[in-house]
Design a protein around this ligand. Structure first.
Ligand code: SF4
Ligand code: SF4
Length: 236
């Protein structure tokens, strides 16, 4: 029979009608391979139907379940109970919403606000290079692609932005900056001047202190700080 854990989850709540926030503690028994989204669902079913939280794909591909667990930004759909106990060495977890966007209710944030930064960085080819006559597609060599392929795994979960020591107010943030850097490295992009204007602006990459907290927490194992360092050197 698989082990059962006695867990204590202390969750930051927020009631927008009363503009009141507080911490609420839930105690529950859970098997080792339940994920944190499963724990939230269990709380809804067994203890408190009013707890609000968010998820969409629940396969670590959309980023909508990002929360802080014991101070570390993580995907609640990816973290198993047994892994959380091993990682933190405790069975008590404090869970708070991410601060990169305004809280709507409890653990639910307004992701549209967070995405405004990514939209500003234009995560698409601003000015695609024209195809040579007779060509139906653009060829990128494996060597060129290998320089930035890692960054294309980004799901915009904002865990890196949440962990970033440069804060959210003045800095566009690691994932938004990387979205522009990756297109600087894309040989099809001709709108590079516009990208440089953003990357070297007041909210750009020189706000980064190269702490690598972003790389440390990225659930997709992207070395985000490496891409920001390349941009600081102009090594696109
Ligand atoms: S770089 Fe990693 S942590 Fe940052 S948004 Fe993308 S997937 Fe999330
Ligand atoms: S390396 Fe730069 S972007 Fe990454 S967490 Fe540190 S300050 Fe933020």
């Amino acid at each position: 029979m698989s082990k059962t854990y006695s867990l204590t989850l202390t969750i930051k709540r927020y009631d927008p009608e009363r503009s009141v926030s507080w911490f609420q503690t839930y105690r529950l028994e859970a098997g080792p391979i339940l994920r944190f989204v499963d724990l939230f669902r269990k709380i809804n079913v067994e203890l408190d139907a009013t707890l609000a939280w968010a998820s969409s794909c629940e396969h670590a591909q959309c980023g909508s379940c990002s929360v802080n667990i014991n101070g570390r930004p993580m995907l609640a759909c990816e973290l198993l109970v047994e892994n959380a106990v091993a990682l933190f060495g405790v069975t008590e977890f404090k869970i708070t919403p991410v601060s990169v966007a305004p809280v709507v209710r409890d653990l639910v944030v307004d992701w549209e606000k967070a995405y405004e930064r990514v939209h500003r960085s234009k995560p698409y080819l601003i000015k695609p290079k024209k195809l040579p006559p007779g060509m139906t597609g653009f060829r990128i060599s494996p060597a060129e692609l290998s320089r930035y392929e890692e960054a294309t795994r980004c799901i915009n979960c904002f865990c890196c932005a949440e962990a970033c020591i440069s804060g959210n107010r003045n800095f566009i943030g690691p994932n938004a900056a990387m979205a522009s850097i990756v297109r600087m490295m894309d040989p099809r992009e001709e709108g590079k001047d516009e990208r440089l204007n953003l990357l070297y602006s007041e909210e750009g990459i020189y706000r980064c202190h190269t702490s690598k907290a972003c790389s440390h927490v990225c659930p997709k194992k992207i070395d985000v700080a490496h891409f920001l360092a390349l941009a600081k050197e102009g090594a696109f």
